[in-house]
Design a binder for this molecule. Structure first.
Ligand SMILES: C[S@@+](CC[C@H](N)C(=O)[O-])C[C@H]1O[C@@H](n2cnc3c(N)ncnc32)[C@H](O)[C@@H]1O
Length: 273
């Protein structure tokens, strides 16, 4: 089961090229997270589980970031991050390949730390939030967005009922990887931060089956990267047939849930904020 950082990184490396096209919903989620941060501008920003840089991009465009540091376990994601953000005028951009709980970055060096749709991939969520908090200057702000409890439940139930069955890790991942806003607040408090805002977005969405499936392949490939390719492809064909069969005229209907927390390190806001 690919729950270790190396397995997750291998899976995300494989999805890096398709990511921006099929995960546009994550771009919009990152923008909503950044729009909710109080006290912008934030000059020095760390983006944890940065992927191709949706949250960093929003921090530069909307929150005044002048120095961005991306952190991700997947080297292909870090490469894309640097390509995508490297040309932003007036912004210094850097990135490191590292897991969130071992970031080689100095303590108390960031005005804001953001993490969008990545915490649920991390094996120790409390430890990852503590590592993010360590990077904040006094008065600095943490903003986290991750998959919320019940997200894509219809799809989870659909694949759980397939015969022959899909790998258990694909089904089990749903309960294991989703967080409620209260859990995020608890992690922030345990890390010595003061929660400012925590909320959950819950929507019923419909999407053309092919688009929904492309999104699932891009995210779930990270969970089954250890399976032989032939086995993975046969499984995706079975899943695709089931999603098409369950689709309504308006598309495949699913519950979209995201949990957010914004928290602040004790102390006066950093100068410039
Ligand atoms: C769904 S993508 C989100 C990317 C980006 N933040 C966004 O909003 O689009 C999840 C990212 O988290 C990274 N990731 C997973 N586990 C990690 C860990 N333990 N430490 C750092 N990054 C991790 C993955 O490699 C992947 O790039």
């Amino acid at each position: 089961m690919a729950t270790d950082d190396a397995g997750i990184a291998a899976g995300w490396d494989r999805s890096a090229a398709a990511y921006d096209d099929v995960l546009d919903a994550n771009r919009r989620g990152a923008e909503r997270l950044v729009a909710a941060l109080p006290d912008a501008p934030y000059r020095e920003v760390v983006d944890v589980g940065c992927g191709t840089g949706f949250a960093s991009w929003a921090m530069a465009r909307r929150a005044g970031a002048r120095r961005l540091t991306g952190v991700d376990v997947a080297p292909a994601m870090v490469e894309r991050y640097l390509e995508r953000l490297g040309g932003l005028p007036g912004v210094a951009v850097d990135a490191v390949v590292a897991p969130a709980d071992a970031m080689p970055l100095p303590a108390a060096s960031a005005d804001a730390v953001v993490s969008a749709m990545a915490l649920h991939w991390m094996p120790d969520r409390a430890g990852a939030v503590a590592a993010m908090a360590r990077l904040l200057r006094p008065g600095g702000t943490l903003g986290v967005l991750c998959s919320g409890a019940g997200a894509d439940g219809e799809y989870r139930d659909l694949i759980a009922g397939l015969d022959p069955p899909v790998p258990a890790e694909l089904v089990d991942a749903y309960a294991r990887m989703q967080a409620a806003e209260g859990e995020l607040e608890d992690h922030a408090r345990a890390a010595g931060l003061e929660p400012v805002d925590a909320w959950t977005e819950r929507r019923r969405r419909r999407m053309p089956p092919e688009r929904f499936l492309a999104r699932k392949r891009a995210t779930e490939s990270a969970l089954i990267a250890h399976l032989p390719e032939e086995e993975r492809e046969a499984m995706w064909r079975r899943i695709a047939a089931a999603v098409h069969a369950a689709a309504e005229p308006g598309g495949f209907a699913f519950t979209f849930v995201k949990a957010y927390v914004v928290a602040r390190a004790p102390g006066p806001a950093p100068p410039g904020a």
